[in-house]
Design a protein around this ligand. Structure first.
Ligand SMILES: C[S@@+](CC[C@H](N)C(=O)[O-])C[C@H]1O[C@@H](n2cnc3c(N)ncnc32)[C@H](O)[C@@H]1O
Length: 278
């Protein structure tokens, strides 16, 4: 497999997760990778409760169908150690958690076994970071939060195509992206330097365990609504509706291919694409 630098911090964090004795220790050591919280008193239940709150905030804000969730299948791209997956298994009948790192997926299963419904869970290893080992037309909802911004640009677009492929007609995709902000004048070059340093033997894995360096380097792409929309237009799968959710504190130009809506819960630098597959 091609060694792509943006995979390094996740595999490093995955290895750290393998070394921990308990799920609470995992959260103390690498929980910040997922929700930015640090502290030696943190525990798994607090960690997943942040995900539990977000699930309903997003399902409601995006007006996704919620009346028969127990019959629905959700595909999550970038599940990590199960911060949101645990809650997803409590509301969806089937959850397919996909992640780049196999150790995260093992920890995800443990998280769900403790705090979710493990019988509802299947895990899928995205070994190449771009193709989901999931059959076509499986998902009622394909969801991805704070993950596509961490992939190399082409991998992120490939995963958008995969989301479209695994979602059944009538189902939805809800995908979160990061786009440009003024502070990127500084952040973008620093991120490039950090990703280059990750490749240096010895230094790279050490750096990938440092919070500041990771935060600088791991946002490996910025994707605009135009770019993603054009990519969707080139797919064989078609979408009946497209809605872009963005922060009310950030203006986006009106567009002909998608309705624009604001939601307070969206970070200024983020946006979401929510679309129904035909
Ligand atoms: C910041 S975490 C977010 C996890 C989870 N969505 C949450 O909100 O807690 C990003 C996750 O994406 C995974 N990831 C990064 N690149 C990926 C790729 N190319 N394919 C699949 N998963 C990827 C990482 O391993 C990590 O678990």
């Amino acid at each position: 497999m091609v060694r792509r630098p943006q995979l390094i911090p996740w595999r490093t964090a995955g290895r750290v997760s393998e070394e921990q004795a308990s799920a609470d220790d995992v959260v103390r050591e690498i929980g910040w990778v997922f929700n930015n919280e640090t502290g030696n008193r943190l525990h798994l239940e607090q960690f997943t409760s942040t995900g539990d709150h977000e699930i309903f905030a997003y399902l409601n804000a995006f007006e996704l169908p919620t009346d028969d969730l127990a019959q629905q299948t959700l595909v999550e791209i970038g599940s990590g150690i199960g911060r949101m997956t645990s809650g997803f298994t409590k509301v969806f009948g089937h959850v397919i958690a996909c992640d780049l790192d196999a150790a995260f997926l093992e920890r995800c299963r443990q998280t769900v076994a403790k705090l979710g419904i493990v019988e509802h869970l299947r895990t899928c290893h995205v070994a190449d970071g771009r193709m989901l080992p999931v059959a076509d037309n499986q998902a009622d909802l394909t969801f991805s939060y704070i993950t596509l911004q961490h992939c190399q640009r082409d991998d992120a677009l490939s995963l958008v195509g995969e989301a479209a492929r695994v979602t059944k007609p009538g189902g939805h995709i809800a995908l979160n992206f990061r786009t440009w902000t003024p502070i990127d004048v500084f952040l973008w070059p620093l991120g490039k330097i950090t990703r280059a340093l990750w490749r240096v033997p010895g230094l790279g894995p050490w750096l990938a365990r440092r919070r500041l360096a990771s935060r600088l380097g791991w946002q490996a792409n910025r994707l605009s609504p135009d770019k993603v929309s054009n990519y969707l237009d080139g797919l064989t799968e078609r979408f009946a509706t497209r809605t872009i959710y963005h922060s009310p504190h950030r203006k986006l130009a009106e567009r002909s291919d998608a309705e624009l809506r604001t939601f307070e819960g969206v970070h200024r630098s983020h946006w979401w694409l929510v679309a129904e597959r035909l």
